[in-house]
Design a protein around this ligand. Sequence first.
Ligand code: NAG
Length: 878
Amino acid sequence: MGILVLICLVSLFAPVKNVEAETNPFLIDCGTNSSTNVDGRKWVGDLAPDSNLTLSSPGIAASTSTFNGDSTYGTLYKTARLFNEAANYTFKVDSGNCYLRLHFYPFSFENHDVNVSQFDVMANSLKLLSEFSVPVEISRKNSYMQSLGSNSSESSLMKEYFLGVDSGQLVVKFMPTGGSFAFVNAIEVIPVTSQLFVDTVSKVGGNGATSDLNLGARGIETMYRLNVGGSEIEPTQDQDLWRMWETDISYMFASVAGSSINNQSNVTYSSANDSSVAPLLVYETARAMINNEVLEKRFNMSWKFNVDPNFDYIVRLHFCELVFDKPNQRTFRIYINNRTAAENFDVFVRAGGMNKAYHKDYFDLVSPQIDTLWIQLGPETMYGAAGTDALLNGLEIFKLSRSGNLAYVSERFGSSGTEVSARTFRNRILWIGIAAGIASIFILAALFTIFFCLRKRRKNACPTKENPPGWRPLSLHGTVGKSTTNARGSKFSVGSLNLNGSLALVRVGKRFTIAEIRAATKNFDESLVIGVGGFGKVYKGEIEDGTLAAIKRAHPQSEQGLTEFETEIEMLSKLRHRHLVSMIGFCEENNEMILVYEYMANGTLRNHLFGSELPPLTWKQRLEICIGAARGLHYLHTGAERGIIHRDVKTTNILLDENFVAKVADFGLSKTGPALDHTHVSTAVKGSFGYLDPEYFRRQKLTEKSDVYSFGVVLFEAVCARPVINPSLPKDQINLAEWALRWQRQRSLDAITDRCLEGNYCSDSLKKFGEIAEKCLADEGKNRPTMGEVLWHLEYVLQLHEAWLRSNAGEESSSLVAENVEVGDTEVSQNPSVSQDEEHCIELRTEDDGEPLTRQISGLGGTVGFDEFSQLVNPQGR
Ligand SMILES: *[C@@H]1O[C@H](CO)[C@@H](O)[C@H](O)[C@H]1NC(C)=O
């Protein structure tokens, strides 16, 4: 029996931490009798003579040699203690609080298969874990992180609890369930002598009311602990309490909404009592609302977390005003799960100055149906757009026990919110494996068939434009058999599962050799570069048969690029349309990522609108181009099997061929919708400022109506011929969408119309055109027209203008009235995606009825966020 060396000088929830307590933590390396030095601390074997703990049963000391990761705790992970029967670790601690951390690293030992291990854990009378499976939990967590767009993949798991102990001892009990075994790799018991929690906490939505939480009698589990806007803080950097602070970026919805700021100087605690609440490092970095004057700050900075339903939570927000040295510079609102937690929040005022570390707790109940917690900081609605901003430095989410229970039996795993228990999950992995196997056999068979048929066809058929020589189906690009296990070399393998991946994609297009590409681009001759972007360079080239091509070559070893490269190939393989830029082929030899597109002789629409020496486009040309682009987008939204959201509609992504036929380009950001996990909709918002749908930010919602919004901006750009964002203009003119909309609402769009058009357009057509653009920019997606409707109305505008041109040319003026507008001439009927049906049910309005068009197509959901992708031609577009 160990000697009691632990002395807690300050008792539970004592108000002041003023004495450096001589409290010794227990740092226990389980499954060994030797001690080891890890993270600057000495970890004692659980059977070592100086461990100072009692172990009720020796269990089995297990060890593994397979751990080869670089985790700080790697050494601890090499051993574990296994229990076939219930067993206790007893730690003598003084009354007070402590952190209990349980470290798990699953490995199988002899005949103990870690995948069947399942157990309960109690701490004194509090249940911490129930029917707990470490591998399932790790895999659930990794899938969750991957669904947030993070590529981290952990092989270990740490659970942290904050407990009150009044009996002089902490008994941690491991109980195998379902005839299996329990295990643990390391245990930390860290006495906490300072006051980390207070009992009275503001209630969310309670209008200033507080809740008495009686935390001393309840247990707390740490769910999340983030250093917002900064980098990871390792336990060694949080000296007294050895907490781990993650980065926040993966949890952020629309990471473009917040930019990180930092200030390493002179940060101090606003209250001396707070010195253990968080290390100062947390306060030295923050995230503030994006510093973009031109974007009206009508959005929130939002973070989204998976939580266990039916528990109480404390959300702790850490703040420190790093920029402003007076009050009223930054006041904002705090929302937790859509309810207001605080209004008029001014960090400077609350903390008592600049560079003062301050935190605030909020209490919220999460009902049984809810498994997410949204934390949002946004503008104070009382104030105008100017001066609003928000700030957050750190964030913690704590789960509180209900009736002596902190355990949550995981019932919420599933790719689309379906409820699957841990056991079903294991079965499911098995089934997915089998299904994937079968699917790959089928796909292979299908590929063989296609390959065979095409070969046969090539023999007899002359090459046509649709079926040029050398085209063949290519590699099978899927995620079959891609393992979720991690790079750290964990031994356990949960199975081959990729929740968001489709099983396989077939790519179509010519596969070029690198030699062919070099020949086409004169060995990537700089004089042939027609565009440069984040992704790489675009060359003009001539491929074998003399066809001109735009050859986009990605920077090698760009991970992000690879995803978008694959997306674009996949998209372009599926999509063929007169108004979409088509892909001729690609090259992936030598790790190259090269896409070969049809060459668009007249470059981007933007180039023809402003900023170049090119002759201005006529109103008719602009209308035809807008119609073409609308047609392409309409096809994307409705023509393919599933709706595709382009996500980056702008004038640099509308290209013009030698006949000024518009084609939509750049599918690197697009993604098909409804088959994807819903959570993907709300991960990262990417796109181009000036064109971004404000609803992205507000409602965490992405639909094809977001493309409609961007297209509305394109329409204004086409008529005003100026950049969508021009910071050199007076503030109210910087953002084209806001500025043009103001003029349009006063029905005076003609006042800001491109001077080059003067006298050469039919004013009725401009009027109607403005109305369409205005409707596209409706604040809410549901009030925006569909692309089909936009297309239809643009056709009408063109006809108005053409009639006007004819009458100006002295021809017999055609009396064009709304009722008998002829839409659907050859152009339309060529395009199967605009059905006659659709046209008939759209009511044509010629009057200023100002009513939104409300016909909607079925809602198609989400998309995955990818980072920037270059423009095909113009590098400066974004
Ligand atoms: C911020 O989020 C809250 C809660 O979800 C919402 O009510 C509010 O309208 C949002 N504010 C903005 C400006 O989007």
